[in-house]
Design a protein around this ligand. Structure first.
Ligand code: PEP
Ligand code: MN
Length: 676
């Protein structure tokens, strides 16, 4: 064949390719017109029978034209999948107008920059992207949270090493929402200076997660592993060290390896390796009901046999498919687990809402981490005319849905309408709520090591279940003792440990919430902070039970509303505390509103605790109010005592003396619990 003929033929091929592309572009325009027509008719996005027809036509036509059926089929499946993606994107951009901008700022981790940018490009097609490279994944979350980037791209798992635990732990406390996911196939290879071969290599520079991918290859070749820091890059490292005998693990075709050579490829433990990335943003995305969606949640169950099975059963009853279940330890609660779950469905879907509501009622904590479109388009199978379609199209709605749907719904999570049975909060084996009466006691403030140890000993000896002690004190005057802070908290923790008692302490500022939550068993919100909504929302993100004290000038409804700030964040372990309100009476420090007990028990499933100490303000009145609390059916009391009340640094006048505390516990033992 002459050179001219070949170049002529090549020109023909190029012309045909150009035509193919033009036709694909035209097809895309028509697909967009189709979706806007479907939208008007409120039709389903996907019409599988139409897709079957397209594939069947292609099948017939390819036969006529003498083309390979298999080849044509796979091309058309890709074309249909692309149409689907275009149509989904169109619907999504209509309800999320803010995402339709020209340039986006993306945060991602430096270490996996090429993997991350590959994922970003796959997700944000047709948009120019500026990257904000971060040292750690935590930084990625923070940059997005602070509005320095529009989105964060985070690798959450791969098909060899499994989940990246750090991401799950960060998701729990991050304010960000998951707004998308991307799957990218990655092939790992070994790069070294030109002239090296696998035989000459002694050491391999790599990230810990890459080691997991290629463990077998590294072991078989007796290669010594040199771990890179999170922010380091294997390719740069090899260039920088520029010495023989070393190589680096990296994603094939992802890095610019000019000056280096690939000395081994396809070295992963398994043939195909995929990375899954999540896209996070400050605000959730709305997913059009016609676009297939996934919802990610995190929850923790009660510590009772079968609790997880019960929760999973809820999804089964509502016929919701689960695609992932991961468990991670609850920070500060040894041997308790948080469950991360991905389900197929849209949070706006009634069925998903009902299932989440039901799981919420059985959980201690539940939060939706995000609802986002599923990027994969599952191809339909060509059905030859002789094959019969035996699939049922209609989805059976389980009976249970109807039952739940007819119950009257209230907007308050704390209400009896939302949940009929009493919520029982369990703290290290101590039950609060239901039919139990729990005594929390201790000094107003932790003042010294000896003081809290003496108090803990008395509390334990007299049968109190929970040890109280203030470390951050909300004092009316800034000149009064403000508490020992974290130093005091460490003493309280030690006292609780020594006497096997769970502890409760107050947190006053948002910055301290998570640090205090790591150490205490119950978080107290003081009366003065009952309507500090930012504080409440932050506490709602922790997994610790909360005692919410009634503000001295707040109504019971105000308190119920305030609790929603905690509950709405997913922390469902809230107990109320009536500690006296301001009235015109001055003989007592405040006026104990005992009617709060039967009232709250009617309106809410959450426990109600009485604080007789702050209500009375006078030590001698405290026992009578404590007895009244048990008689009227409160779920417990929180009471102050002190080894030497005269020397107390706060609330001395209301602190019981040791012998009074002992007597109170005996008297309480003889008082029946009222169930009103
Ligand atoms: C306390 O419990 O010591 C306290 C400060 O309580 P309150 O917030 O009810 O005043
Ligand atoms: Mn006090």
């Amino acid at each position: 064949m002459s050179k001219d003929t070949l170049s002529n033929l090549r020109t023909q091929i190029s012309d045909l390719d150009a035509k193919l592309l033009e036709i694909l572009a035209q097809r895309k325009d028509v697909a967009l017109k189709v979706v806007s027509e479907k939208e008007k008719g409120n039709q389903n996005l996907r019409d599988e029978s139409r897709e079957q027809e397209v594939l069947l036509n292609a099948f017939k036509k390819s036969k006529e034209l003498g083309l390979d059926n298999h080849y044509v089929n796979s091309i058309f499946k890709e074309i249909l999948a692309d149409s689907n993606r275009i149509q989904r994107k169109y619907l999504q951009s209509k309800i999320n107008s803010e995402s339709a901008v020209d340039a986006l700022k993306i945060s991602c981790q430096q270490a996996y920059v090429k993997y991350n940018t590959e994922a970003a490009k796959k997700h944000f097609t047709n948009t120019s992207l500026n990257y904000n490279l971060c040292e750690t994944i935590k930084d990625v979350f923070e940059e997005v949270q602070q509005g320095k980037s529009d989105y964060g791209i985070i690798p959450i798992e791969n098909t060899i090493a499994g989940a990246n635990n750090e991401v799950y732990d960060l998701l729990l406390n991050a304010q960000n929402q998951i707004v998308g996911e991307i799957k990218v196939q990655i092939e790992t290879c070994l790069v070294a200076l030109a002239g090296e071969s696998i035989k000459s290599i002694k050491e391999v520079y790599c990230h810990p997660r890459d080691v997991m991918l290629c463990r077998n290859f590294l072991a078989e070749n007796g290669l010594k592993i040199r771990y890179l820091a999170d922010y380091e890059n294997a390719v740069d490292k090899i260039r920088e060290l520029n010495k023989p005998g070393i190589a680096g693990l990296t994603g094939k075709l992802l890095e610019d390896i000019t000056g280096l050579a690939v000395i081994a490829e396809d070295i992963s433990n398994q043939k195909e390796v995929f990375f899954r990335f999540i896209v996070v943003a400050r605000k959730p995305v709305k997913v059009d009901m016609r676009v297939p969606a996934k919802t990610s949640i995190v929850f923790s169950t009660q510590q009772v046999p079968g609790a997880l099975a019960d929760a999973l059963n809820v999804f089964k009853n509502y016929e919701i498919n689960l695609t992932k279940l991961e468990s991670r330890p609850v920070p500060g609660n040894n041997w308790e687990e948080m469950f991360y779950l991905d389900l197929q469905g849209n949070v706006q879907d009634e069925r998903v809402k009902l299932a989440l509501d039901e799981v919420g009622k059985q959980s201690k904590f539940i939060r939706v981490l995000g609802c986002y479109p599923i990027p994969d388009v599952e191809a339909v199978q060509v059905k030859l005319p002789t094959q019969v379609d035996d699939r049922k199209v209609e989805v059976k709605v389980p009976e249970k849905v109807a039952v739940v749907a007819t119950t009257k719904k209230s907007s308050l999570i704390s209400s009896r309408d939302h949940k009929q049975e009493d919520t029982i909060i369990e703290v290290k084996g101590v039950k609060i709520g239901g039919k139990s009466f729990t005594v929390m006691s201790g000094p107003c403030s932790v003042e010294s090591y000896q003081q809290i140890m003496d108090c803990a000993e008395l509390a334990s000896n007299t049968g109190c279940q929970i040890l109280r002690g203030g470390c951050f004190k909300p004092r009316t005057s800034p000149y009064s003792f403000q508490g020992l802070g974290y130093e005091g908290l460490d003493m309280l923790v030690e006292a609780g440990k020594k006497y096997h008692m769970p502890i409760i302490t107050e947190v006053m500022s948002t910055e301290d919430v998570h640090k205090v939550a790591e150490k205490t068993d119950i978080i107290q919100v003081g009366a003065r902070n009952m309507q500090n909504f930012t504080l409440l929302a932050e506490i709602g993100k922790t997994q610790k039970p909360v005692l919410l004290k009634r503000g001295m000038s707040c109504t019971i409804s105000d308190m119920l509303d305030a609790a929603e700030y905690i509950l709405a964040q997913g922390n469902l372990q809230v107990m109320f505390c009536e500690r006296g309100i301001r009235t015109f009476e001055t003989a007592t420090r405040f006026t104990l509103d005992l009617s709060a007990v039967p009232l709250i028990k009617r309106r809410s499933h959450l426990p109600i605790i009485i604080d007789p100490s702050h209500a009375a303000g006078v030590r001698d009145l405290v026992p009578a109010l404590a007895i009244a609390a048990k008689a009227i059916g409160a779920h417990g009391i929180i009471v102050e005592f002190h080894p030497e009340p005269e020397k107390a640094l706060s609330d001395g006048p209301q602190a019981l003396r040791f012998h009074q505390m002992e007597k109170l516990m005996q008297d309480l033992g003889n008082t029946p619990w009222g169930d009103y």
